[in-house]
Design a protein around this ligand. Structure first.
Ligand SMILES: [Zn+2]
Length: 239
């Protein structure tokens, strides 16, 4: 339901924030039509229309950012669920004794494979890759350089991320039997380090043969997927 209100966004601490109304007020009387949508759902739409999984009618797009969310296309339709929360895959409780999550619980999938997990696993807290004042893509480029140079901590961290990804994706593949899983955000940035292990563990874990014909793909849209999906959904301007 398009209420213009963000019910809950754990990573930025928003509950029941009237985002559309707030934007409309700030933009004033000349504000264009504004709609609200979840970033993972927008990413899924972009991947379905022009990305790696274009025209694949059953797919899951997984954001790889601070939060881990999912956009699910089933039989060519975006899955929203009864209250719009379908796709909150980052909060599947896969490690109940694990790290605290921004949602207030422990061991959500996001704490195992989100960007914070990669940084935590790859570098000690005083390492510059944790510095939030440095542009994220710059920090990821530095981690990429370390991985390419064979840095053991970075390589082990990526192995653990790949293992964690496969755990969650196997559950999703068993439940939804997608034809494709598209890994977005930072997962795509490190795709060549992740994808072989993710594919092999997925095949081993999913009940159906050949992971139910589920193909793991890397997003070609990078961090722009959500913005592109938003552009496709935006109403055409009136002339
Ligand atoms: Zn959580």
């Amino acid at each position: 339901m398009d209420t213009g209100v963000v019910s809950y966004a754990s990573n930025i601490g928003w509950r029941d924030v009237a985002a559309v109304e707030g934007l409309r007020t700030r933009l004033g009387p000349g504000a264009p039509p504004i709609r609200l949508e979840n970033d993972a759902k927008l990413g899924a739409i972009a991947e379905y229309l022009v990305g790696a999984a274009a025209d694949i009618h059953d797919l899951i797009y997984v954001t790889g950012e601070t939060g881990v969310g999912g956009g699910i296309i089933s039989d060519g339709r975006l899955l929203r669920g009864s209250a719009g929360f379908a796709g909150e895959i980052g909060h599947m409780p896969l490690d109940p004794g694990g790290q605290p999550c921004a949602c207030g619980r422990r061991g959500c999938w996001e704490t195992m494979v989100g960007l914070a997990a990669l940084l935590r696993l790859a570098a000690p807290p005083d390492d510059p890759v944790h510095d939030p004042t440095v542009d994220l893509e710059q920090r990821l480029t530095e981690l990429r350089r370390r991985a390419d140079a064979g840095d053991p901590a970075t390589r082990v961290a990526l192995e653990r991320i790949a293992h964690g990804l496969a755990l969650g994706l196997a559950l999703l593949a068993d439940v939804l039997n997608p034809r494709a899983v598209v890994l977005g955000g930072y997962f795509a940035h490190f795709g060549d380090y992740l994808i072989d292990r993710v594919r092999s563990e997925l095949s081993a874990r999913v009940m159906a043969a050949e992971a139910g014909r589920c193909e793991v793909m890397l997003s070609t849209l990078g961090f722009s997927a959500a913005a592109r999906g938003g552009a496709y959904l935006a109403p055409m301007p009136c002339s």
